[in-house]
Design a protein around this ligand. Structure first.
Ligand code: NDP
Ligand code: MG
Length: 389
């Protein structure tokens, strides 16, 4: 039996992961499941999958979790420290799918016992890519991408020499507001930005798709994970979301990964790697689909993409600041305090402030490993600066 833990089990990625694990309960021993406020679901899943321990990220949710697990023999715990302790329990495979920078520390910790970390939490790479990968190398742990585009690139690279890669193209659907006239974007509401045409995802990442911050994060994620140069990574708008990424080689070949818009494909690939196994996802009928469309991204419409390029070129703690400012801007947009286009303006102003005032922390240290404490400190300061601005 493979020992598995799922961090962020109550979320969109977490639920898709449990769907796959729950189809073959004889193959898995579930160690830890973690969630946030949704303790009812967390307890139900922990009972159904017979987990060792269920952890909520919030102390205030512990009484409800204990009550929901009463009589089950399953341990209950709460808080950041409990998440780290859950990550200390050895597993063969761990899913990192907590949303945001909160997912960084538990994912990092789980690398200590070796095993495989399936990384949906892109914030970990954007915030602390060199740290995460060096920890993995130090402990002989394997990190596998779960973000669909990065899983696609990873699959296209199987058996290839990375030195033969000229460029990598990750696709973007364009999100809920792709066909809106640019002049109207300033008026977009949370509801407008939350209606994704193809993917069924959590609300925050859906809004990040509409603003292209999700793709901006993914550019940085690709640079950090695969080690490509910023000028090798491109974005291509592809409204159908069926081609997830393309890898261009030095002989002119482009290897495209085509698959359904269902995260269970990328999750299942990481779960079964290095094998492939049957997955319960749709089989595409390309004759019926008929047409796939591609276009260049409009950098004026989506300033987040330009910001990501600046962040990649700067390095240092720029990714940490970018992510923290983005998360704060998103909170403010969801709370109705700033407009849709203010998110990118705010992130840009926070970055510029740090670049002007702390050039050494945010420049010239490309790929240097920055300790977790410094990373979390800058994450917090960037959130405060964003709110001040
Ligand atoms: P959701 O918002 O659906 O789920 C997030 C999960 O994290 C929930 O289990 C939530 O608990 C938990 N959580 C949130 N905050 C905290 C916290 N402070 N402490 C502990 N747990 C917390 O997110 P998604 O599943 O959409 O995304 C998860 C990650 O995967 C993100 O990094 C995202 O970028 C990435 N990703 C997602 C994709 C998708 O299709 N959804 C695609 C590619 C990447 P609760 O709900 O119980 O409060
Ligand atoms: Mg993605």
């Amino acid at each position: 039996m493979r020992r598995v833990s799922v961090f962020g089990a109550t979320g969109s990625i977490g639920q898709s992961t449990l769907d796959l694990i729950g189809r073959a309960p004889e193959a898995y021993h579930v160690v830890a499941l973690t969630g946030g406020r949704n303790v009812k679901n967390l307890a139900e899943d922990a009972r159904r999958l017979n987990a060792e321990i269920a952890v909520t990220g919030y102390d205030a949710c512990l009484p409800a979790l204990k009550e929901a697990l009463a009589g089950s023999g399953i341990e209950a715990a709460a808080g950041e420290q409990a998440l780290l302790e859950a990550a200390d329990r050895p597993t063969d495979w761990t899913m990192s799918a907590i949303f945001g920078a909160a997912g960084l520390a538990p994912g990092l910790r789980s690398l200590r016992h070796g095993g495989t970390l399936a990384l949906a939490n892109k914030e970990s790479l954007v915030t602390a890519g060199p740290l995460l990968l060096s920890e993995a190398a130090k402990h002989g742990a394997k990190v596998l991408p779960v973000d669909s585009e990065h899983s696609a690139v990873f699959q296209a690279l199987v058996g290839e020499d990375i030195a033969h890669v000229e460029r990598v193209i990750i696709t973007a659907s364009g999100g809920a507001l792709r066909s809106w006239p640019k002049e109207k974007l300033a008026t977009a509401t949370v509801a407008d930005a939350s209606a994704h045409p193809n993917w069924d995802m959590g609300q925050r990442i859906t809004i990040d798709s509409a603003s292209m911050f999700n793709k901006a994060m993914e550019l940085i994620e690709a640079k950090e994970f695969f080690g490509f140069r910023p000028d090798q990574i491109e974005v291509l708008v592809h409204p159908q979301s069926l081609v997830h990424a393309l890898v261009g080689f030095n002989d002119g070949a482009l290897m495209a990964h085509v698959g359904p818009s269902d995260m269970r494909h990328a999750i299942g690939y990481a779960l079964n790697w290095p094998e492939r196994a049957h997955l319960p996802v749709e089989r595409l009928d390309l004759a019926k689909i008929g047409q796939l469309d591609f276009s260049a991204p409009d950098f004026e419409r989506w300033p987040a993409l330009t910001l990501a390029h600046h962040v990649m070129e700067r390095g240092g703690l720029s990714g940490t600041i970018f992510n923290a400012a983005k998360e704060t801007a998103l909170d403010l947009f969801i709370a109705g305090e700033i407009g849709f286009q203010d998110m990118a303006r705010l992130v840009e102003r926070v970055l510029q402030k740090f670049w002007a005032e702390e050039p050494s922390a945010t420049n010239g240290h490309n790929n240097a490993v920055i300790p977790l404490e410094n990373t979390l400190e800058y994450d917090q300061i960037a959130r405060i600066r964003a709110r001040e601005i």
